[in-house]
Design a protein. Sequence first.
Length: 453
Amino acid sequence: MKEFQSWMDVNFSRVREDFFTFLRFKTISSDSSLNAEQKRCAEWLCNYFRKLDCHAEVIETSNLPIAYAEDLRAGPKAPTLLIYGHYDVQPVDPIELWKSDPFEPVEKNGAFYARGAQDDKGQIFFAIAALRYIRETRQPLPINLKFCIEGEEENGSVGLATVLPSLKEKFKTDFLMVIDVDILDADTPSINLGARGIITLDVLLRGSNVDLHSGGFGGVAYNPNRAAAELIAQLWDQNGRVAVDHFYDDVTELSAHEKSFYQSGASAKAIQEAGIVALGGEKGLPPHEACWFRPTLEINGISGGYSGPGFKTVIPAETRIKISCRLVPNQDPARIGQYVKDFLLKKVKKGIHITVDVQHGGKAFRGRPDSKLAIAATKAFEEVFNKPCQRMLTGGSIPVVADLMGVLHPDVIGLGYGLAGDNIHAPNEHFGVDRFKKGIITVARTIHYLGIR
């Protein structure tokens, strides 16, 4: 730690300058007009890796490119670690709520502010900076190291998922470290051993050819907004369980012993800070179990009729519903999507025309708490914090990780320093400078411990 601090004292200003250059790329993967910017960012990353004495190349996909780098000089007898992250970011809307330019990073109040400051440019860059630290302090790299940094995690990872089978040999690895996760809190070291899967659905209800005057047709036409409300209300039972047939068929209940591996995550403090009063999950479950161990169905958006200033007395012609399901291991996203679709088609009010688009999803993943990678990261965290390291899961989803595991079959963990208050996907995204620095040394020490035979 003393050596690391000495290196930081001399080099952190240069690391920060390079990080800010990385943040300035407008890599919004959902905006196709910025595709050239995505490629420039991938090329910049590869050039950066070359300066760190790695082989690096831009891998083209059907969509956005991947920045890939490797150093295999530890040899075939040494283990291989693949580090995964992404350089793309979310859109910046609503721009008027930003206190500074989202693509002109600033450091203030002990944090970096920019779009991607945490998710995921800040996190993947501290992993890259860990390699820089190892190089500049002339430490031997005790393992074979690979980086896969994709450009469309925020938009489905379609390019990487499609090209992945052809990259099986190039990406071959013993261990997979996902640098795109949270920590329990700023003072509690924790490794992440998995995330839930996801499937999303776009639902359209139509009741008439055009919007109708609510005086002329009120009490006659069946309002699609009402149909949507009544349909949505049937999706859960009185105990908060999803009422869709077969939804829980493949859910495996965790034993008390298995649950004991994980630290309680969703604390009363976090719930209070989020302003949550009413709880909507399954009755009788602690919040962290509801978020980590159980599947969910949520309504993410409803739109129909007029919602602008003033009033417009219409019965809308159509109403849209956005639905997402978070899934646990053994649940197949496509199958769950079909179950929900079948339920909606069966339960919708007769005479309302309904279309249900089941979109692309991703499976849940789990890592082993006793793997060599989990043990190495645990030791690294404990060295940095000087206190015991906890284990956690995340309720969110990183769908491409299940794809990587299906092709490569590695042991996996998530390593990160994100916090719920970092405003990822929101205006004024930020990342604590202290956590950025801790990320560098944690990755470096994990590599060290992973190399001990």
